[in-house]
Design a protein. Structure first.
Length: 247
């Protein structure tokens, strides 16, 4: 369907769907066929099984449900909600918040104007330039860069590397992982109440801390700067590092 004026609904089975330049909302449903859509002026929803989904230039919020296929989305003027099973997800230039659920696949997101929420298992998460991130995964790395809002990461058996922009209002940081290194990189003025704990690993920081309690290699309680917000870091069988941006 190309150059359609009005709201569009497509129901298909075992076939490909393509919708280009829709002057209204779009609802696209199929199975066992790829979905491609572009230049839709209003709200869009896509439901598919065993299909690759690709879309861009959406003028409203976007909802996608898929399984066993990749999802690639860009240039969305509203928020994005993606539920996928065993399929990779890639998001670029999302004006609103973004929520992703998948498993056994990688999630990548960049330039998200709201909070990024990812629930994954056995798959890596990579994100940059988002206004906050809530990430849950296991047996894979979580790598975040230039995050300007609150950060909460829960990982198991996966390395965590989170680069945080502290140039605006201070935001809380809560990270937990195991059997892998945990690194936090702070770009800007650091101001945190730090509680860091690990076992069978060491804690290292680039910042001067006002320490409370006794000193220990595997536990640290102290204040960086004026201590305006919380930073809680927990690891098992792995090191913890609090580094200056670019370290």
């Amino acid at each position: 369907v190309h150059s359609f004026r009005g709201d569009l609904v497509v129901n298909n089975t075992n076939g490909r769907v393509e919708a280009i330049h829709v002057e209204g909302a779009a609802e696209l449903n199929t199975t066992f066929g790829n979905v491609r859509f572009s230049d839709v002026s209003r709200q869009t929803s896509v439901r598919a099984n065993n299909a690759a989904i690709e879309g861009d230039k959406i003028g409203g919020p976007l909802t996608v449900q898929d399984s066993f296929g990749s999802v690639t989305l860009s240039d969305v003027q509203g928020g994005v909600d993606v539920h996928s099973g065993n399929g990779s997800v890639s998001l670029t230039n999302i004006r609103g918040a973004a929520s992703v659920r998948t498993s056994f696949a990688t999630v990548e997101a960049s330039n998200v104007g709201g909070l990024l929420t990812v629930e994954n298992s056995n798959g890596a998460v990579k994100a940059s330039n988002t206004r906050g991130a809530q990430v849950r995964t296991s047996f894979a790395a979580a790598i975040l860069d230039a995050i300007s809002g609150p950060v909460q990461i829960e990982d198991q058996n996966g390395a965590v590397d989170a680069a945080i922009s502290a140039r605006g209002a201070c935001q809380p940081v809560i990270i937990r992982t195991s059997f892998s290194p945990l690194r936090v990189r702070i770009d800007g003025e650091a101001s945190y109440r730090v509680n860091a704990r690990t076992s069978f690993g060491k804690i290292r920081t680039d910042f001067p801390l006002k320490v409370s309690g006794s000193l220990s290699n595997d536990e640290l309680n102290g204040t960086v700067g004026s201590g305006r917000c919380d930073m809680r870091l927990s690891n098992t069988n792995g090191t913890i590092e609090i580094l200056k941006g670019g370290s």
